[in-house]
Ligand binder design. Structure first.
Ligand code: G
Ligand code: G
Ligand code: MN
Ligand code: NA
Length: 252
């Protein structure tokens, strides 16, 4: 409860920040998108998301916080697109945000006021979200997709319903969980599973993003497997907006 009050104050005091992690085209190494990741600067201490996202979800504070992240990141990415090239924005969503009243309208408003095209926005969801309120969530996400917004399954392969979800929800992209990618080249089963997920995605006409790339060997294997996109510390760490600014300027 103390944490809940702290979060409320932090939002009012502007203590939340957004970091952006670049996603690159594995063939060209060009940045194609950035994933927005929320940060809480409590004084000079960085509180990890895992320590406050649960409480934000339970108290409902994730709704105003998520709306702030949505508007702010749409605005920043629209500005980067105006001064360099057409990168996309990927956002993580929670159940509470999607089921909140007027969620679809909120996303539409953020796109309209920033000028970011719907097709430049990808909303990431995880399978666990479809356990409760599945119909409502699928309905709302489908509405957004009909507007041109893209949908991604995050942490693909770790839940129990990955494949069933692909049938229920029209998605554009899957993000291979780092628990598979970490074993590339070191563990035969994980390498085989990664290859299988890449092929599955492509056979279904989906874009495939590999997450958690930390070693050159992983990058090489993913390229050889034909995986389209990659993300991870080896490629680029999450960075403040200023960092994205200079990254885009230096790679123009
Ligand atoms: O980079 P990292 O430690 O930030 O992220 C930890 C977890 O927090 C990840 O599972 C990520 O999906 C989640 N996360 C990061 N930013 C957001 C956000 O803006 N909204 C939601 N709902 N989850 C986020
Ligand atoms: O659950 P989601 O995929 O949204 O979480 C993204 C999280 O993964 C963020 O916390 C981000 O900081 C972290 N992350 C990004 N790249 C790497 C990486 O190469 N290795 C590890 N261990 N974590 C990463
Ligand atoms: Mn994510
Ligand atoms: Na993930």
């Amino acid at each position: 409860l103390e944490l809940a009050a702290d979060l409320q104050r932090a939002l009012l005091a502007g203590q939340f920040a957004i970091e952006y992690q670049p996603v690159v085209d594995l063939a060209t190494s060009r940045v194609t998108a950035v994933e927005a990741l929320v940060r809480w600067w409590r004084g000079s201490t960085l509180v990890p998301p895992q320590q406050f996202l649960g409480a934000a979800e339970d108290t409902g504070l994730i709704v105003p916080l998520g709306e702030w992240i949505l508007r702010e990141s749409c605005r920043e990415v629209a500005a980067w697109r105006a001064s360099s090239w057409d990168i996309g924005l990927s956002l993580n969503l929670s159940t509470r945000q999607i089921t909140a009243p007027r969620f679809v309208e909120t996303v539409a408003a953020a796109l309209a006021e920033s000028g970011l095209p719907a097709s430049a926005l990808t909303l990431e969801v995880i399978e666990e979200m479809l356990v409760e309120d599945a119909e409502e969530i699928i309905g709302r996400l489908s509405e957004l997709r009909a507007m041109g917004v893209r949908l991604a399954i995050d942490d693909f392969g770790t839940g129990y319903a990955s494949l069933a979800l692909l049938r229920q929800l029209p998605v554009d992209l899957i993000k291979i969980d780092p628990s598979f990618v970490c074993g590339l080249g070191r563990d035969e089963t994980l390498t085989l599973l990664t290859r299988t997920i890449v092929r599955l995605g492509h056979d279904l006409g989906l874009m495939v993003v590999a997450e958690g790339i930390e070693r050159p060997e992983q990058l090489e294997l993913l390229r050889e497997m034909g995986c389209t996109r990659g993300q991870g510390y080896l490629v680029a760490r999450p960075m403040a907006a200023r960092g994205v600014d200079s990254l885009m300027r230096t790679s123009l």
